[in-house]
Ligand binder design. Structure first.
Ligand code: PHE
Length: 359
């Protein structure tokens, strides 16, 4: 077989073998088998020297043509293979841009906390700063220093949860801790802590959780919040207290809110008052929400008792002050028309997520 025929045969067989190569690796292998340094074409051209000299240019041209044709065919095949592979991968990774995204659950404040924050903001405008005390208190701070001695009948107003004497529960005979440790029944003990920690003039807001030994029903929880306020200065009066609380009520419930003060009783304030707002549900006509009275009590207040000032290390001849204690749980119920205090602690997300807007 002469060289020309062998070149043509190589070309034809190479095209067939290329068509049979199944993947990129096989094609690359074929390239080196045909065109590599020891490839079939290279070996074939070694015989160029054996043919007549006048035939060499034409056979050489043919050899170059075959090489070019094979290279082109191989490159085309590889490009086609890569294209197919890319398309397959893209089809595999495809995602539908028109699908709606998955919403992220975003948390928000509990409605009681929202109300406490609103109170902080309102009282901030009156110059109050926040002062916090412990939830686990002593009987001394919770009662004695507030002018409520051990056998005073007023203790019955605050049914107390006692912390047990260490070991007594395990021994099967639980009794109150001998050092008087209890869960605070109100935030008023923080009044004394604030007076002992700060120098007058004092203007503090004292929010926090309180606990009482209560039978739980729609309007009573054994755990609830209070926001206490205390002002101590050289010349404060009940008139200041009255004017400020009326402004606070307007800020919280709107300018049209009706307010009234009634006489009240607390051992740690003298005189003591209760502060009512016109019922937000019936507007004052009387309905089940306000016990048909047309009024709702939102806080207790009064002028700080001299005994309490002295317990705080202050001279009642030099300083007076006023204090108030609000119930944010009840105020939140009024704000949203919530009928059962137990819902606040139910842990039911359907309940709390109703108040995403805050009010
Ligand atoms: N501590 C009182 C209560 O829990 C409320 C109160 C606070 C009254 C401050 C007067 C002054 O009922």
């Amino acid at each position: 077989m002469n060289l020309t025929t062998r070149l043509e045969t190589l070309r034809t067989s190479a095209i067939d073998r290329l068509a049979a190569a199944g993947d990129v690796a096989a094609v690359e292998r074929l390239r080196s088998d045909l065109l590599g340094r020891t490839g079939e074409l290279t070996i074939l051209l070694k015989d160029l020297g054996t043919i007549p000299i006048e035939d060499r240019p034409s056979v050489g041209r043919l050899a170059n043509e075959v090489r070019g044709a094979l290279e082109a065919a191989i490159d085309t095949r590889l490009a086609a293979m890569r294209e197919t592979a890319l398309e397959a991968r893209l089809a595999d990774e495809a995602f539908d841009m028109s699908l709606p995204g998955r919403p992220r659950a975003v948390g928000h404040l509990h409605p009681i906390l929202t109300l406490i924050r609103d109170l902080r903001e309102i009282f901030h405008a009156f110059g109050f700063e926040v002062f916090e005390g412990p939830e686990i208190e002593t009987e001394e701070y919770n009662f004695e220093l507030l002018n409520i001695p051990p056998d005073h009948p007023a203790r019955d107003l605050w049914d107390t949860l006692y912390v047990a004497e260490p070991g007594s529960v395990e021994a099967g005979a639980s009794r109150p801790a001998a050092d008087g440790t209890i869960l605070r029944t109100h935030t008023s003990p923080v009044q004394v802590r604030a007076m002992r920690a700060l120098d007058p003039p004092i203007r503090v807001l004292m929010p926090g959780r309180c606990f009482r030994y209560e039978a739980v029903d729609p309007s009573h929880g054994f755990e609830f919040f209070q926001v206490e306020g205390l002002v101590v200065d050289r010349d404060t009066s009940l008139a200041d207290l009255k004017g400020m609380l009326e402004e606070v009520a307007r800020a919280l419930y709107g300018r049209g809110v009706r307010t009234r003060f009634r006489p009240g009783y607390y051992p740690f304030t003298e005189p003591s008052v209760a502060f009512d707002i016109g019922c937000l549900v019936c507007g004052g006509e009387g309905c089940p929400a306000c016990g048909r009275s047309g009024w709702m009590t939102i806080l207790g207040a009064g002028m700080v008792h001299p005994v309490v000032l002295r317990a705080g290390g202050l001279d009642p001849a030099e300083y007076q002050g006023y204090a108030f204690g609000m119930g944010p749980d009840r105020m939140t119920m009024l704000r949203h028309g919530i009928g059962d205090i137990r819902l606040f602690f139910s842990g039911d997300l359907r309940f709390v997520t109703q108040f995403v807007e805050g009010r």
